[in-house]
Design a protein around this ligand. Structure first.
Ligand SMILES: [Ca+2]
Length: 443
C-alpha cells in the first residue's frame, strides 16, 4: 500500500511508524529506481540537495519517505502584496516606496472614489482571517526582518524574537493607525476565504490592496480584475530599512510504503515517475499535443521556456487528468519558465515570477529557513509545539492590538511580553538556535 502522508509530515511522526514496523525502508529502491528524484536533486544547489538527504534520513540511517520539494522563488520570497493598478493610474499615483507613501496611497483609495461610482465604497486593504497576519508582516519589514512562520530573525548568527521588541510595537502602532483611519478592513480578522471571495464578486472593484501571495483563492487569476492587480515592492521605514520574508527551500515527507504493500519496488517507481521529466509534464500539465507542447520561445523574463501550455491549467473544475500538486511534486524554476510569446505581463504566474525577482533584492543575508536540520527528533518536537503555541498567542494578541480591544500602552505591552516569556519563548529561541546552527554548518 502506498500512502500519501499528511500528518504535518514531522520526522518524529514518521520515525514512530518506522519503529513500530508499520512502514518499510525504501533506500535500496530509491538507489535502484530513483532516477527521477536524482535528476532533480542534480539540478539543485549542493547544500539544498544535502538538505533533502539529511531530512529524509531517519536516526536509524534509513529512508522511509519520498519528498515533495519546492525551490520556487515565488515560494521563497512570498511576502507579495497586490495593488489594483488601474486605481494607481486613475489617481496618478506611483507604487509606494515608503511607509508614508503607502499610507497616502491607501487614503487616496478611500477618499478619491477610484472605482468611480460616486460612493465611498472602497476598502483600501482587505484579507481573510487565515492571512490577516500578512499586513503586519508587510509593514513590519520596514522596521526589522518580520515573518509569519517563526516570528524570529537572525543577526550575526544569533536567533531572536521579532515579536517582543520596540520594532514590533511600532509595527503594531502603524497597523493600528491603518485600522483607526478606516484603511484596513475590520472583517479581516473574522472572514473566511469564501466570504472574502463573495465580497469581491461584485461589478465594481472595491479592494485596492491584498497583502497575500496567492489571491487566486479569492479572485479568478485568469480574469479581470485579478489580471490588473500587480505586486508592489516592500516599503522603507523611517530609517530607510527594508526587508522581505525569505523562507528557503521547502522539503516535506510526502509518500511512504506501508508493510502491507506487496510490491514496494513498484510503489517507489510510481512515486519516482512523478519526479521524472515525463511524469512531471503529464501529471502537472496533461497530454502532450493536447494540453501542452514543447517550447519554441522564451518565458516572460526572456529566458528559454520549459513548456508551452495550450490550455489554461488554472480554474479547472474537478477532473482526473491534471493533478497539479496532489501528487509528489518537485517545483523549481522550470515551473515559472512557461512560454509567454505575447509577453503577457498580466498573466498571473508571470507577475509572481517577476515579483519574486523584485522582492529577492530586499532579502536579508540571514533568516531562519522553513526547513531546519534538527540535531535530534526531541528538538523537532519542542520547536514544533512551541512554534504553534507561540504563533497562535502572538496572532491572537496581534488582532486585539490592531482592532483596539487592547491599548498599545506600556501596561498591556509589558503584560504581552511577559506572557510570551511564560509560554516558553526563551526555550523556543534557544532550541531553534541549535537547529539553525546545525543547518547552517551543514551547508
Ligand atoms: Ca467608489
Amino acid at each position: 500500500m502506498w500512502w500519501p502522508v499528511s500528518l504535518a509530515s514531522l520526522s518524529s511522526g514518521i520515525y514512530e511508524f518506522a519503529q513500530n514496523g508499520q512502514i518499510v525502508p525504501i533506500n535500496e529502491y530509491i538507489d535502484q529506481y530513483g532516477a527521477g528524484l536524482q535528476s532533480n536533486k542534480a539540478r539543485m544547489a549542493p547544500e539544498e540537495a544535502a538538505m533533502v538527504d539529511s531530512l529524509l534520513t531517519m536516526p536509524d540511517g534509513k529512508i522511509y519517505t519520498m519528498p515533495s520539494i519546492s525551490s520556487l522563488p515565488t515560494d521563497n520570497y512570498s511576502m507579495m502584496t497586490w495593488v489594483y493598478k488601474p486605481w494607481l493610474e486613475k489617481l496618478k499615483l506611483q507604487a509606494p516606496k515608503n511607509l508614508d507613501e503607502f499610507y497616502d496611497m491607501c487614503m487616496a483609495f478611500k477618499t478619491r472614489d477610484p472605482n468611480g461610482n460616486g460612493l465611498a465604497d472602497e476598502i483600501p486593504i482587505s484579507n481573510s482571517k487565515s492571512q490577516a497576519n500578512r499586513i503586519v508582516t508587510y509593514i513590519g519589514n520596514a522596521f526589522q526582518y518580520t515573518d509569519w512562520e517563526w516570528y524570529l530573525k537572525v543577526s550575526g548568527g544569533k536567533v531572536e524574537s521579532n515579536a517582543n521588541n520596540a520594532e514590533y510595537r511600532k509595527t503594531l502602532e502603524y497597523v493600528r493607525k491603518l485600522m483607526v483611519d478606516g484603511l484596513l478592513d475590520p472583517l479581516m480578522y473574522t472572514q473566511s476565504n469564501a466570504e472574502l471571495k463573495a465580497a469581491l464578486a461584485v461589478d465594481k472593484v472595491i479592494v485596492g490592496v491584498i497583502p497575500y501571495a496567492s489571491p487566486s483563492g479569492y479572485l479568478n487569476s485568469s480574469q479581470e480584475p485579478m489580471r490588473s492587480y500587480d505586486i508592489i515592492d516592500m516599503v522603507e521605514g523611517p530609517n530607510g530599512f527594508k526587508s522581505t520574508v525569505k523562507r528557503g527551500i521547502t522539503i516535506n515527507h510526502d509518500w511512504l510504503v506501508t508493510k502491507k504493500c506487496k510490491l514496494p519496488a513498484v510503489a517507489v517507481r510510481v512515486a519516482d515517475y512523478c519526479f521524472s521529466d515525463e511524469g512531471w509534464k503529464y501529471l502537472r500539465y496533461g497530454e502532450k499535443g493536447v494540453d501542452w507542447e514543447d517550447p519554441t520561445g522564451t518565458d516572460v523574463m526572456g529566458q528559454p521556456a520549459s513548456i508551452k501550455l495550450l490550455k489554461d491549467v488554472y480554474g479547472l473544475p474537478s477532473q482526473n487528468k491534471i493533478w497539479r500538486n496532489h501528487i509528489l511534486f518537485f517545483y523549481d524554476i522550470r515551473y515559472l519558465q512557461r512560454q509567454n510569446d505575447a509577453k503577457d505581463l498580466k498573466e498571473y504566474e508571470a507577475k509572481k515570477y517577476i515579483g519574486s525577482q523584485m522582492l529577492m533584492k530586499s532579502a536579508p543575508p540571514e533568516a531562519v529557513p522553513l526547513k531546519l536540520n534538527y540535531p535530534n527528533l526531541e528538538d523537532e518536537g519542542t520547536v514544533v509545539r512551541l512554534r504553534t503555541e507561540l504563533r497562535s498567542y502572538i496572532e491572537e494578541m496581534q488582532a486585539l492590538f490592531v482592532m483596539g480591544d487592547l491599548a498599545l500602552n506600556d501596561a498591556e505591552w509589558n503584560k504581552y511580553v511577559n506572557e510570551l516569556n511564560n509560554r516558553g519563548l526563551e526555550t523556543y529561541v534557544s532550541t531553534v538556535q541549535k537547529a539553525y546552527d546545525n543547518t547552517v554548518s551543514k551547508k
